[in-house]
Write a protein that binds this ligand. Sequence first.
Ligand code: ATP
Ligand code: MG
Ligand code: MG
Length: 546
Amino acid sequence: ENVMQGNFIHSIIEKDNEENTYGKKVYTRFPPEPNGYLHMGHAKSICLNFMTAQKYGGKCNLRFDDTNPVKEDVEYVESIKEDVKWLGFDWDELCFASDYFDKMYELAVLLIKKDKAFVCELSVDEMREYKGDFNNPGKNSPYRNRPIEESLDLFERMKNGEFKDGELTLRAKIDMSSPNIYMRDPVIYRIAHSSHHRTGDKWCIYPMYDYAHPLEDAIEGITHSLCTLEFEEHRPFYDWVVKETEFAMPPKQIEFARLELTNMIMSKRYLKRLVDERKVDGWDDPRMSTISGLRRRGYTPESIRNFAESIGISKSNSVVDIAMLEHAVREDLKLKATRKMAVLNPLKLVITNYPEDKIEYLDAENNSENEELGSRKVPFSREIYIEADDFMENPPKKYYRFFVGNEVRLRNAYFVKCTDVIKDENGKVIEIHGTYDEETKSGTGFTGRKVKGTIHWVSAKENVKATVRLYDYLFKLNEETGQYEYNEDSITVLKDCIMEKSFETAQKGERFQFNRHGYFSVDVKDTKEDELVFNQIVGLKDNFNK
Ligand code: ATP
Ligand code: MG
Ligand code: MG
């Protein structure tokens, strides 16, 4: 198998195994902050972490990075667990960073005792001033050299709630003139009098991300901590933390490029805004870049995993064409999905030489590329529905479907010749008439003559009605500005579509190919006992060139 074959992360792991750095163990983690639903970018990280552990017979944790009390929520915790499971992964341990608050506090005390941290009284603005910038070194805080005993006392009193938010901070003592800004005595604890969704009011001081994250990894015994490229400059501080807190087997941070896709916006903050402003129907709106949205739309977990593997892992940022993701789901469904007939924009065709009361049940293959899916019967009758655009009054050249005088093959049925067109008083075509030739019945091996067009149809007598939702991208590139813009026309709802009778038994979440239209799934939320609702997953046309 070529699971994430030969990427640079695997080379690092293999070298560590050779040199016995971690006792030949591989332990990774997926560490989401529970402040939103997961999106496709997270899916890449999930696949990378879990598949890497699998590849080396290692372990992978699901860890909620819940050190920031204000934005987090249990709703998100549950949705994240569901998404990871749905993608097909099973974590070794389910962890919450907040479970380590005691340990993190203890280690901060250790740092103070080692004179590696101090309590600072500078305000946020002053601190910014002291920090310097890329071109200028920073200045030492006037509190930097306060006695260890004093910092220990103040830190304890911070914990006990004696100070207001922002009054004091605990800072690492490293080097204010370091060329790396993240090494300039970064804040490691701040005061925040806010309730935490798991620890309640136990704490009023919270560790900063850059201090907490390496400790979470080290406490869990993570060996390779995979994160996105923007953390590259934070790595020296990551290493500093695990070294100064004296972990025997310091984990190794390795950065990779974030996934970006054309036509998809992947930022929890932005997605949350779409939800809050009701521009979409919740986090799982089928147009969303969230895993729950893609699941509801009908994407398969296999297709997302395959996609994640096929894009590989890299050290430089690039934008992946969404056509590649669409290609992955099309490929996955090609042989799995039953192919059926669905008429989305119905026009009635009356076959005038077919007996009025007769119904025939014709054989139809379920998937012409996969015999194993078997066949079914489809009812055929004198009145059927075809797609409105499979008839034209004044056809252009090379139009092989219906126009008066032209003969067309009805898929799984007969050749029918169009004889007449019926219009209403406004000149709108409301019905067409034709005659069939019994000898041309599908499956009989008729070779008498050929027709160029084959179309799908559904009996007007026996069928099922459905609502079908067609989708366009939620974001489209404005060629002039080069910016993605919210697409007001990203959904088209077709009511009263006429579906083959066999759709009667369609189950929520089930996926189909509609002949000539593409792949669709039965919406799990809006489908009711007496109303079928389909979401378009992807069209048939592949825009992806390998
Ligand atoms: P967002 O910016 O959308 O809020 P985040 O990085 O803040 O994402 P986290 O919950 O912190 O979200 O992410 C959990 C893990 O998923 C992290 O290890 C992060 O690096 C990874 N991740 C997030 N977005 C992407 C992406 N676009 N591509 C690859 N990995 C990602
Ligand atoms: Mg984050
Ligand atoms: Mg974020």
